[in-house]
Design a protein around this ligand. Structure first.
Ligand SMILES: *[C@@H]1O[C@H](CO)[C@@H](O)[C@H](O)[C@H]1NC(C)=O
Ligand SMILES: *[C@@H]1O[C@H](CO)[C@@H](O)[C@H](O)[C@H]1NC(C)=O
Ligand SMILES: *[C@@H]1O[C@H](CO)[C@@H](O)[C@H](O)[C@H]1NC(C)=O
Length: 483
């Protein structure tokens, strides 16, 4: 206690200013990142759902179907079952093409329902109807239906979603499904691999309801997230019993059965639409989340569109998944149609030497390039750490009671820089530059060597979205220089 008093007495005027700045910034931080804090504490307040029983999945294209079925412990049928694929369509035209091309050989009827309302009650053009000529290849196996939205203001989006799924249930019956046919329930972007469906239609004694474990991708097949997608399912249809649903309906999960590519869109406008349209609209907590520049930047880094923490149940997994998704360089075992039409769907593929050369792969990310904000954050920690060490060394030479208060003071300055850099990174479009500039400012303060300072400072260029951002940035920098 008395030691604390000593420290407090040692604090000088500047430190009080810092405290006055830090406390409000802390409160602002909690306001902006409150959701993150609750997500981070999730392992404490929520336990994971009952784990699935995972069925191993065997496949090679040169192994006979009889062998494959046997490997799974199933018998083989005389003739394959009929398969119905049913989806609710919103705006995923490209992904729908890839899906249907992948499944085409094995599907009896493609059932698709489209509403003129999003789940969040926004009027939506009938996009499938306008793009129908792109899907000529399945025209004779197509059952297309539309449903009028209910447009209830302020209603939970999951209610509209459930309503549309019931309508889809009716459409499936209209399409002519019969008992014992297979019915695929999944979102458009949850694509089972063709060989998985072929296996399930040929083998006997498969589970009546089987969930499919899909590989999770975000924005494109360049960002592989994890293998935890499980919502897609295959049902042996039972009249009066089978209901179209998108939640857990069984405990068995077939491993490695396809791909789930979330937010895999070609145009930024499609991202904005989906963010406003889907059932998790509450995740758009601030309107600037919908800013196209920001979205472009987020995609480019593989960061989270809603600035959320990973939804996991253990600290280990949350921390392991924090930060941007690493780039994947594998395009092995992706949908065949995608690779055979790579030119057209470049934006969905890991950058190939071809696309880097022509830069067309970066088409939607052109302006911002592909640098990582984490390099910038690393820089500030490095610079600030160096500055701090440098100071420590110096102070060791002047042993005395002032040391304590000075350490506290410098620690606070350091934190202030980190916090300010973080805030500024939000306003400067050249995020990394903002971090480096501040790091250098801090480092130069610790090492007042004008030549070095000049050398560092001259290489920077900062750009802003607008005048206001520039103003905030320069005023803050000026303020820091004064300190
Ligand atoms: C596929 O199997 C056949 C015989 O079963 C064999 O002759 C052929 O070399 C195999 N092909 C590959 C690519 O393994
Ligand atoms: C949506 O569709 C329903 C039924 O087709 C129609 O009555 C309604 O006017 C449509 N609403 C909009 C906003 O297009
Ligand atoms: C899912 O991925 C994790 C980590 O990459 C791996 O350890 C695990 O074996 C995979 N599970 C399945 C069923 O493929």
């Amino acid at each position: 206690m008395s030691r604390l008093k000593c420290i407090l007495r040692g604090l000088d005027f500047k430190t009080y200013i810092f405290l006055l700045v830090l406390v409000p910034l802390g409160i602002l931080g909690v306001y902006l990142h409150g959701q993150k804090i609750t997500y981070f504490l999730r392992p404490i307040w929520e336990s994971p759902p009952k784990p699935f029983q995972i069925l191993p999945h065997y496949y090679h294209n040169n192994v006979s179907m009889e062998n494959l079925c046997r490997l799974h412990g199933w018998g083989i049928r005389e003739s394959p079952r009929r398969v119905y694929d049913a989806v609710l369509f919103s705006n995923e035209v490209d992904i729908l093409t890839i899906r249907w091309k992948e499944l085409y050989p094995y599907i009896t009827q493609f059932v698709i329902l489209e509403a003129n309302s999003t789940f969040t009650g926004i009027p939506k053009p009938l996009l499938f109807a306008t793009n129908r000529d792109r899907f000529k290849f399945i025209e004779n196996r197509l059952t297309y239906g539309t449903v009028g939205g209910r447009f209830r203001k302020g209603e939970n989006p999951f209610v509209e979603e459930a309503y549309q799924r019931v309508a889809l249930d009716q459409l499936i019956r209209i399409a002519g499904i019969e008992d014992d046919d297979l019915l695929l329930m999944s979102d458009v972007d949850e694509i089972p691999s063709a060989h998985t469906i072929n296996l399930l239609r040929w083998c006997d004694d498969t589970p009546p309801v089987l969930h499919l474990q899909l590989k999770n991708y975000l924005y494109s097949f360049e960002y592989y997230v994890d293998n935890k997608s499980w919502r897609a399912s295959v049902h042996k249809f039972k009249k009066g019993k089978t209901r179209y649903a998108h939640y857990r309906q069984a405990d068995v999960l077939l491993s490695d059965a396809g791909w789930h590519c979330s937010f895999c869109f070609r145009h930024i406008s499609e991202f904005v639409f989906k963010m406003k349209a889907y059932s998790h609209y509450d995740r758009v907590r601030f309107s600037h989340y919908l800013n196209p520049k920001r979205i472009q930047n987020v995609i480019c880094k593989g960061a989270d569109l809603f600035d959320m923490l990973p939804e996991e149940y253990t600290f280990k997994e949350i921390i392991g998944k924090m930060g941007p998704i690493p780039h994947s360089y594998s395009a092995v075992h992706l949908p065949e149609f995608l690779l055979n039409n790579a030119e057209e769907y470049k934006y969905l593929l890991p950058a190939s030497p071809l696309s880097v050369e022509s830069m067309s792969f970066l088409g939607r990310w052109d302006e911002l390039g592909r640098f990582s904000v984490y390099e910038g954050k690393f820089c500030i920690f490095l610079f600030a750490g160096l500055g701090f060490l440098h100071y420590e060394e110096e102070s060791r030479e002047h042993v005395g009671e002032v040391k304590d208060s000075h350490s506290v003071f410098h620690l606070l300055t350091f934190f202030l820089y980190v916090v300010v850099a973080h805030v500024l990174s939000g306003v400067a479009s050249a995020r990394m530059d903002a971090h480096i500039l501040l790091a250098q400012l801090y480092y130069n303060r610790r090492n007042p060597n004008p030549v070095a300072a000049h050398a560092h400072g001259s290489s920077l260029s900062i750009s802003f979205h607008n005048l206001k951002d520039a103003f905030i940035f320069y005023v803050t920098v000026a303020f820091l220089r004064l300190l």
